[in-house]
Write a protein that binds this ligand. Sequence first.
Ligand code: AKG
Length: 191
Amino acid sequence: MDGLTLLEAPLDNGHKARCRHWPGLLQSSSIETWTACIPWQQNQIVVFGKTYDEPRLTAWFGPAYTYSSISWPATQIPVELGRINKLISNTLRCREFDAVLCNLYRNGQDAMGWHRDNEREIDPAMIASVSLGAERDFRIRQRSTRETWTVRLGHGDLLSMEHLQSDHEHALPRRAKVNGPRLNLTFRHFR
Ligand SMILES: O=C(O)CCC(=O)C(=O)O
């Protein structure tokens, strides 16, 4: 199963940026189970010198990792998340992932702005994102042309971001009409 190709573009470095979508691949996973068993943390972010609660809850499993002034200690990936790791790495035909960032968007007011997952220790060749719960729009933008793609991510969807962190950025915008929670599991390879 190859997934639906959302975007594909040659890069100057010889790689091909690609984003693919597998709707409903993990449909049988329950958002309630994960919401209850993941140790969620409220982190703070600094915007123009002011400190705010990040508009989502997060948890991290994997090697020690720091991004946007948030530092996570090394924590093992739980066995249950390991099962999802196996399924998606088989689907994507890549090695199993070393790390998972878990994001809980409690309702449509929780969101994530434009950014890249371009920390030096993360391998940009393949980042895999699993969505559970409420449908949300996920946006990708080419950094110089500003061409933008929107994909609606629903319960059980898998999305791949392949070599997508140099020329493209991504975001999960606020959606006032969304009342339910959405859980996102972003799997990464460390270099
Ligand atoms: O929630 C999502 O789908 C995206 C999360 C994300 O981009 C991130 O945490 O880096």
